[in-house]
Design a protein around this ligand. Structure first.
Ligand SMILES: Cc1ncc(COP(=O)(O)O)c(C=O)c1O
Length: 444
């Protein structure tokens, strides 16, 4: 398949009919930015039910790491499915789960021995982390960051502070969660300049939270996305994560790195923590780990995994077919795709920064590897958020055959499959250029 190639008005007749059926029976809580109805995909190209092809720079929300239906992943799935589909790795043993735990022990950004717990999603990995840190420390409270996203189950959503709608009407959420400002360097929460920053935003934890709200000896863990995903693809400075690590060690607090979106090669390293020399105590992983099969993993320092049999488990977690897909995914990432994410990511970033010179609506271009955010503003000085314009740009790109997603209030995210080629990156840049011109012809 080649793309993009738009042959019908969007949505086409078959897509329209499908969306009507969906509207009658599927939960209205889902957020659909535009009417794309998938028929099939290959690599970074997807085709809709009307035969239109698109370049996919969304990857099912940063999931299809090896591209759509990579033959190695499909083969691993089919072979495992032919042997057995399920046995429950919590009650019985099977090799794919053991091998995957061995792989996680090799690759997780955790010092020393590592053990892994398997669930089916990012939110379940977060729940497992919340439960383990409480269990092992005997402390109940957790600190997370404003703008963060950790999932939507009641424990994880208590950590999440991405959009108010995600919490509205669902309370009371899991108690004992406090939020600190994240290092958003384009909009520094403590109004400093990146060049002289010593991560003063972290002072909030020691000067405010520990003084007014909760004693550090009652805090089990701090949970952080090494690069904040849903919050707008925010890249913190090295000192933010290093100071955070020092702070947690000083107070005997565990550090949980949520690598659900930033992990599995997306940033040009296996984990974003590696860019910062950050060793976490626990790591949560999902999305890209199994190329689209549902799998969530919570890996922790082996000495922390002291919860007894029966304390936590999941019927489907570590499903053999998903584990096989994850093993094939990790092999592909290690072989070539992490390197590709780094190289093509640098190419895409350079192209987008080039556009920033010509489109005043672009306030900031940031990211690592193929995790890139472009923040749109109405005014370079005031940095007024161009939220409606962002939505319009995403829509205009869709109509031209490139799938993008928003992130945060006014950023566009580029999170394509890690198989993206430089030629495809050029198409994405060109279409983005056209979309920006359509939405903001004379600049902002
Ligand atoms: C950083 C992060 N953590 C956790 C999650 C939750 O993952 P899931 O939707 O698989 O529950 C997400 C999903 O976007 C995420 O970006």
């Amino acid at each position: 398949m080649t793309g993009p190639d738009i042959k019908t008005p969007l949505p086409g007749p078959k897509a329209k009919a499908m969306i009507e059926r969906d509207g009658a029976v599927v939960s209205p809580s889902y957020t659909r930015s535009y009417p794309f109805v998938m028929a099939r995909g290959e690599g970074a190209i997807v085709e809709d039910v009307d035969g239109n092809t698109f370049l996919d720079c969304a990857a099912g929300i940063a999931v299809n790491s090896t591209g759509h239906s990579h033959p190695d992943v499909v083969r691993a799935i089919v072979e495992q499915a032919g042997r057995f589909l399920h046995m429950s790795g919590t009650d019985f043993y099977y090799e794919p789960q053991v091998r995957l735990a061995e792989q996680m022990a090799e690759i997780a950004p955790i010092d020393g021995g590592v053990r892994s717990f398997f669930g089916n999603s990012g939110t379940e990995a977060a729940e497992a982390a919340i439960k383990l840190v409480r269990h092992v420390t005997g402390r109940q409270n957790i600190i997370a960051f404003l703008g963060s996203f950790h999932g939507r189950t009641l424990g994880a959503v208590a950590l999440t502070s991405s959009k108010a709608i995600q919490r509205q009407g669902f309370g009371p959420l899991t108690p004992g969660v406090y939020h600190a400002p994240y290092a958003d360097c384009y909009r520094c929460p403590v109004k400093l300049e990146p060049e002289s920053c010593a991560a003063e935003c972290l002072d909030f934890i020691e000067d405010q939270i520990f003084v007014h709200l909760v004693s550090p000896e009652e805090v089990a863990a701090i949970v952080v996305e090494p690069i904040q995903g849903e919050g707008g693809y925010l890249v913190p400075p090295t000192q933010f994560l290093q100071r955070l690590r020092e702070l947690t060690r000083r107070h005997g607090i565990l550090l949980v790195a949520d690598e659900v979106q930033s992990g599995m090669g997306r940033t040009g390293r296996m984990f974003a923590c590696e860019h910062y020399d950050l060793e976490a105590d626990l790591v949560t992983v999902a999305k890209g780990i199994a190329s689209g099969m549902p799998l969530g993993v919570m890996s922790a320092r082996a000495d922390l995994m002291r919860w007894p049999p029966g304390s936590h488990a999941s019927t489907f977690g570590g499903n053999p077919v998903c584990s096989a897909a994850a093993l094939a995914t990790i092999a592909l990432l290690r072989d070539r795709l992490i390197q590709n994410a780094s190289e093509v990511g640098a190419h895409l970033m350079a192209g987008l920064r080039d556009l920033a010179g010509r489109h005043p609506i672009i306030g900031d271009v940031r990211g690592k590897g193929l995790m890139i955010g472009v923040e749109l503003v109405r005014d370079q000085e005031t940095k007024a958020r161009a939220t409606d314009e962002r939505d319009a740009v995403v829509d205009a790109a869709f109509r031209r055959g490139v799938l993008l997603l928003g992130a945060g209030q006014n950023s566009v995210r580029f999170s394509p499959p890690l198989v993206l080629t430089k030629a495809q990156a050029d198409v994405a840049i060109d279409v983005f250029d056209q979309a920006l011109t359509e939405v903001a012809p004379s600049g902002a």
